[in-house]
Each structure stands twice: as C-alpha cells, then as structure tokens.
Design a protein around this ligand. Structure first.
Ligand code: SF4
Length: 343
C-alpha cells in the first residue's frame, strides 16, 4: 500500500500534538479529527479494523485536509503527515472507496480538452485555469509587452496535478506524460508558470516520475527577475501570503521574496506567526470544487487576521487570490500584477 512508505509518520504523529495549530482545516472546523495526530491515529487504526477503509467519515476527514504541508515543514523530525495524507487517498482510490464527489471530479478531469499553443517565441507561458481567473496571465503579458519580448501561451488541458491530489495516480501520470510530450513537441527554451501547484508538478512530480521536459521550468517570479527590469513605480506596503507549494513543498523557494525586494515592496508581517498557511487550501487545490464552505471559512479566517481588511494590499498566488476575493472581499494581487504595476 502507498501508506507503507510513511510508517514513521503513522507511528509518531498519532502521539504528537506539536503541529495541531498548523492544520488549516482544524483551525476552522475546531474538530480534533482535522489534526495530524488524529488523521495518523485513524490510519494506524486501519490495521486493526480494516473494515474502516470504507468508512465515509474517515474518507471525508482525509479528503478535507488542506494539504498545506505546514506541519511537515515545521516538524522537528520532518515527519511527512502531508505525504501520508496523499498516500492514503491513493490507497482509498485503489480499494474502490473513492466517494462520489471525488469520482465525479476525476471524471470531469478525464474529459479535459486538448492543449493548444498560440503566439511566437521560445518562451512559453502556461495559462492554467487559476492563473487566468486571477489575471496573472494578463499581467505577465503586460510585462512581456513592455519589454517587447515574444512569447507563446499554452492553455486548455490539465497537467495531472489534480488527479494526483485526488489519489488517481496512474491517470495523473498519464496526464503528466501527455503534457510533457506536448511541451517537448513545441520546442521551447523556457516554460513559465504562475500557479505554484503547476510549478511543483513540473519540477518535483515530473522528476519523481522520470518525465523529462526539454526546457527550463521557471516560476513567474524567477522569470521576471531574470529579465532584470527597472521597477520605477512605488508599490508601498504589502502583506505577502506564502504559497503552500513554493514554501512548504518546494524548499522555501526564494524568488517570490526576491521579486518583492526588487519591486521595493515594503512587506509587513501577516497574522500571528510565519509558520501557518494562509493560502485558503492551495495545497489541496481542488477543495473549492467539493467543499466550498470550508474554503469560505478559511478565507474568513485569513480576513480576521488582516490589520485593515478594507485597505491592506495582499500579495498571493492565483488560487489564494481567487478565494480571498470571492469569500472575503480582500484587496489581493498576484506577484505578476504587482510587478506589472511597478514597471
Ligand atoms: S508532523 Fe511532526 S509535529 Fe506534526 S504531528 Fe507529526 S510528529 Fe508531530
């Protein structure tokens, strides 16, 4: 089983309360089940009560985890309760116990349209649905127009990250392979992505699955910095909400912070600590599709921690911007929008 690779997390997390405050869902549901300790205890209990693999309460508890990986990042022993969560989802799917709402979502992803590529140039921008909905693609286009640089845009399909998060691993790998074949066929030098989940998939997951891309993958913050632009306009005070993927999955990826420095943004500390995730479930990515009420709670939790919710300028990933605007009415910009504004 996939969970067998996480024996240390199963054995140790079930006795530990150290990171309970970093479980985003637990912080809004106030239920003990939504903490790493209880999730690990439930998984430990499956070896004595295998009939619980099909228990709807157990399955729902696993699928509503926000997967921020803040617990793993801040665990003194780096126990991977987040990886355990993803592994148990894959086991649930393989045992045929995926709930209806998960199966429906997986079926929707299977029917996704083919990729298409438009524009000219050896730089390619991935306009996924979150980047488009958040306006990050337009801001990226504005920056490229300003520096008179050609680029192509690819859009339309999915890269397989959603399927992986849901636990459909063979389907996820097939979608990732399809995307790799498409990108390798269009001959690019650089593939730029704004969506941190996509960056994580294209760098970490593709490597794990031995899927090669014949181009360099850069998050937009890294790419914009590589253009060595002169940012002349003031950006002022901002609150940067760290991306789960870029910080907690991808080793404290430094470029968003460097871009904020380059545009001379005055970054003010947000919330009560710098360990917690304020991303509204970016790690779980598909939570808005089957538990929008929880995403609303997460957004309101973030809004309650803003110094001045009506005026504060928040910088966040495309996913987080969409949720904070929709459910909390906060003023949120993506890194691309801030950089375009500063030019
Ligand atoms: S991840 Fe670390 S801190 Fe969190 S419950 Fe497990 S052992 Fe404790």
């Amino acid at each position: 089983m996939h969970i067998d690779k996480f024996e240390d997390a199963i054995r140790c997390c079930r006795f530990c309360f150290m990171c309970r405050h970093l479980s985003g869902i637990g912080n809004v549901t106030f239920t003990e089940a939504d903490t790493p300790r209880i999730r690990a205890s439930l998984i430990w209990g499956l070896r004595f009560h295998p009939e619980n693999w099909s228990d709807p309460d157990f399955i729902d508890t696993i699928y509503r985890s926000d997967l921020s990986a803040a617990c793993r990042r801040n665990c003194v022993n780096s126990y991977d309760e987040n990886g355990l969560n993803l592994a148990v989802r894959a086991d649930i799917v393989e045992k045929g116990f995926a709930p209806d709402y998960v199966q429906k979502l997986a079926a929707k992803f299977k029917k996704t349209p083919a990729w298409k590529c438009t524009g000219t140039g050896r730089t390619v921008y991935l306009a996924d649905s979150y980047s488009k909905a958040a306006g990050a693609d337009k801001a990226f286009g504005a920056i490229m127009a300003k520096v008179k640089k050609d680029f192509r845009t690819i859009s339309g399909g999915v890269i397989g990250k959603g399927m992986q998060i849901l636990g459909f691993l063979p389907e996820s790998r097939a979608q990732m392979k399809k995307f790799a074949d498409f990108v390798n066929g269009i001959k690019a030098d650089v593939l730029v992505v704004s969506n941190p989940a996509a960056y994580d998939a294209l760098t970490r997951d593709f490597k794990d699955l031995k899927l090669k891309l014949n181009c360099k993958v850069m998050h937009s913050s890294e790419y914009i910095l590589s253009l060595k632009l002169k940012f002349t306009k003031k950006t002022g005070d901002v609150y940067y909400l760290e991306s789960d993927y870029l910080r907690n999955y991808d080793g404290d990826y430094a470029y968003p912070g460097e871009l904020l420095n380059a545009v001379k943004a005055v970054c003010k500390p947000f919330g009560t600590n710098d360990e917690e995730s304020y991303s509204c479930g970016e790690g779980a990515m598909l939570l808005p599709e089957f538990a929008p009420e929880l995403v609303k709670d997460l957004a309101e939790y973030v809004a309650e921690r803003a110094d001045d919710p009506k005026k504060d300028v928040i910088i966040a990933s495309p996913y987080t911007k969409i949720q904070l605007k929709k459910y909390a009415g906060l003023k949120v910009m993506t890194l691309e929008e801030l950089a375009a504004k500063a030019l």
